[in-house]
Design a binder for this molecule. Structure first.
Ligand code: PMP
Length: 410
């Protein structure tokens, strides 16, 4: 199997060759990845060569832009193995994709007293919309807790799924705090057995593992381009066609209609009925390059490289007794995200000392305050890997840790 040469790959990312970032060790990839030159160039190329609005121009330039936009839709369908390109809706991010579902499902497929199951591992993006809808519409929101090993408590899930009127399960494929990857196939099968739909938040998983929505058999799958080397401003919502057809539009206006009279409107077909107004066309077009970039490297190769880095980092952190690692023990079954805390040192202080050493990590609640409450901690420090990270980066992290201990020595 070809190995990832991360030093060579790093050269494909212009940000690392800027003099301002010469010593940058970027370890906040769960927040957003960096962009390779092919993606940056594609954005520039769109504005320089093809810039025009889509779907409505009866002239060559607009037809070319429309084709490029729709080609990305086709490529996205292939990338996650959706059956039809019509099952792909472009939004602005994962959060908007989930809100689209929260509003349209709540108004059309859910009733007062219905139960929605979510988990303690969810990002606020896959929690707050459901909590808000539950309050507004009288749904019951149940939360599957985590075990001591930061895995999903499947016994609790089994109890909850047996409750009456479970209509929807909202679950992330990979936690952005612990890297936990729940057994989605099992959960989806079980949910379908009781007639519930399943929404999978793939914002974290999509950059690290091959996604096959048909094999997974989820009903909805959402993710963001910016977490997988693509531009900001592009979110993706996959949904089974027969379900999307049943849902009404989320936003109303231009480009999502077939015809409008003073008294009524006929909406466009799926997926265009969900894409009101002018989308971020250049960014969608460049997103195709991000998917091609990943495919060229090989998603299995990416995964192996990052898992190896995560394992080495955990090994290194384990040498220091004052460090608590907040991550499942089985590193082959979790993503390359490593949260940790250090006795008597606040995560913000850890991040600040690391920053002085040129190391960018995240510290905070990572948009999952309910999990922090359950764990009884205010925050964690988080290292998250991507393909351009190297074993040298781990050595630099260890040096920064030693410096930190020195600064905070009593
Ligand atoms: N879900 C998960 C698991 C995430 O990690 C994030 C981003 N940190 C989101 C959802 C939200 O993504 P976005 O900000 O792109 O909407």
């Amino acid at each position: 199997m070809p190995r990832i040469d991360s030093k060579k790959i790093k050269k494909l990312f212009p940000i690392f060759s800027k003099k301002e970032n010469k010593n940058l060790v970027y370890l906040d990839n769960a927040a957003t990845t960096q962009r390779p030159k092919v993606v940056v160039d594609a954005i520039k190329d769109f504005y320089e060569t093809y810039n025009s609005n889509i779907h409505r121009g009866i002239y060559d330039l607009s037809e070319k832009a429309t084709k490029m936009y729709e080609d990305t839709r086709k490529h996205t369908a292939k990338f996650i193995n959706a059956k039809l390109s019509e099952e792909i809706i472009f939004t602005k991010n994962t959060t908007e994709s989930i809100n689209l579902l929260a509003y349209t499902l709540s108004d059309n497929m859910l009733q007062k007293g219905d139960r929605i199951i979510t988990t303690s591992l969810e990002h606020h993006a896959n929690f707050v919309p459901w909590q808000t809808m539950a309050k507004k519409k009288g749904f019951i929101l149940s939360i599957v807790p985590v075990t001591e090993d930061y895995s999903l408590d499947m016994e609790e899930f089994e109890k909850l799924i047996k409750e009456p009127n479970v209509k929807l399960v909202c679950i992330s494929a990979m936690s952005n705090v612990t890297g936990t990857t729940p057994d989605l196939k099992k959960i989806i099968k079980r949910a379908h057995k009781v007639g519930a739909l399943v929404l999978v938040d793939g914002a974290q998983s999509v950059a690290h593992e091959h996604i096959d929505v048909r094999k997974m058999d989820c009903d909805f799958f959402v993710f963001s381009s910016h977490k997988m080397f693509g531009p900001f401003g592009v979110g993706i919502l996959y949904g089974k066609k027969q379900l999307l057809d049943k849902l009404p539009p989320f936003l109303y206006g231009g480009d999502m209609i077939k015809s409008v009279k003073e008294t009524c409107t006929v909406f466009n077909d799926t997926p265009w009925k969900f894409e009101a107004g002018t989308p971020s066309i250049g960014d969608v077009v460049a997103f195709k390059k991000a998917m091609e970039f990943m495919e060229k490297l090989g998603i299995e190769n990416i995964k192996n490289h990052e898992t190896n880095l995560a394992k080495k980092t955990v090994e290194m952190l384990k040498k220091y007794k004052q460090v608590t690692i907040i991550k499942p023990k089985n590193l082959d079954k979790s993503g390359p995200v490593i949260s940790f805390t250090i006795e008597e040192i606040h995560p913000h202080d850890i991040a600040e000392v690391f920053n002085k050493e040129g190391i960018a990590i995240r510290a905070g609640h990572h948009c999952n305050q309910p999990l922090m409450s359950r764990l009884g901690i205010p925050a964690t420090a988080r290292i998250s890997f991507s393909i351009y990270n190297t074993e040298d980066d781990i050595k630099k992290v260890e040096l920064a840790l030693k410096k930190l201990f020195k600064i905070f020595a009593k």
